[in-house]
Design a protein around this ligand. Sequence first.
Ligand code: PHE
Ligand code: NA
Length: 436
Amino acid sequence: MTRESWQTRIGFILAAVGSAVGLGNLWRFPWMTSENGGAAFLLVYLGVVLLVGVPGLLAEFVIGRRSRRNPVGALSDLSNSKYWSAFGHVFVVTGVVLLSFYSVVGGWILRYFAESFTGAYFANPGAHFDAVSYGLDAVGFHLLFLGVTALVVLRGVRRGIEKATKLMMPAIVALLVALAAWGLTLDGAAEGVAFFLSPDVGFLRANFFDILPQAAGQALFTLSLGAGTMLTYASYLGEDRSLVADGTAIAVLNTLVGVLAGVVVFPILFALGSGAGAGGPGALFVSLAGAFAALPYGEVVGVVFFGVVLLAALSSSISMLEIPVSFLVDEYGVSRRRAVAGLLGVFAVTGSVCALDAGVFGVVAGPLVDLLLTGGLVGFLLFAGWVLGTAAVEELRRGAGSFAQSVATPWLYAVGVVIPVFLIFTFVSGLAGALG
Ligand code: PHE
Ligand code: NA
């Protein structure tokens, strides 16, 4: 059986952007920003995306395209080392951990999308979220969200992932633009935009080392880095195209959607007079849902907003499921159907645990994900820098223009040394900050 590949270049880019744009942009980004001083956080985050995110994305692309395999197969094939092969299995774990909590949040979104029609959360958003966020209800919606994700992945790379994301991404951007246009007409919108876009330099100076680890964690999560997703997607690249051009396009598009999401969320929150609103995972479901209940045409806006978030979440969850699916298909010759069915069983259980217990959810969605993504990305970077070395440079240059030709060698030093050191330092300092 020949391995599948993307049909078109734009299909690959949209699938990767689909993976990147998700709850990270629309759910995690606004609350992290509001807890970390607004624009000051945005600035640090943009720096990390540019200096760590893009080179990291290229490392995953290089490994994926060169090996044409899933993360485990890629690391073992290209290195012939049993240690790297063992390390590769971490990415299967990462995929499981990610989708387990992501599908619970996806379930919340699904529920709120439906309830925007009925108005179920309008009377008391805080109490409503408390009542439905963990427990059997959450299990049910998690299973529903997981089922839809599985249906797309079941259809394969071209007919499933590529086709679905090609429809979803333009819809997401168009609807976000419409929402932003509406939000900007509200009283108080200007304050919201100012909070989001004009940095408080004093705050930034005083809190830089607290902000940095959060911004780094957010940058990895939002670009789907360190999980092996981007590696897997690049492994379906059939032809020689510029990885540098595609990687840059993907990072830029993801960032634009993140900023657009902030321009949607903050004016709505400030229009209510609630300031940046309650932070934390509930922000979207409490502060924002409250705004939909209170503002003119809020119900309609609620339907559109949760609809957009749902599409964004799905285009990311399919990329999470694709990691272990590609692993089972490549390494064990299992059919896609069986792989999806078996994994559905696994996620039904692991996700339900997160849906039943807020404590487990908090650990899985927070520190565990940060640790796995940081460790995973450091692994990919060192692999590209030290195991592939000049082969990585050659791969990056394949099919690329003159800009990529000239940055390839400096890039190798960055991924082999500078960025891993930076990531480890940042992670440890974040840990120290959290503990003391
Ligand atoms: N980037 C996705 C988001 O922002 C999350 C994700 C992380 C997807 C890692 C795949 C792998 O929602
Ligand atoms: Na994202």
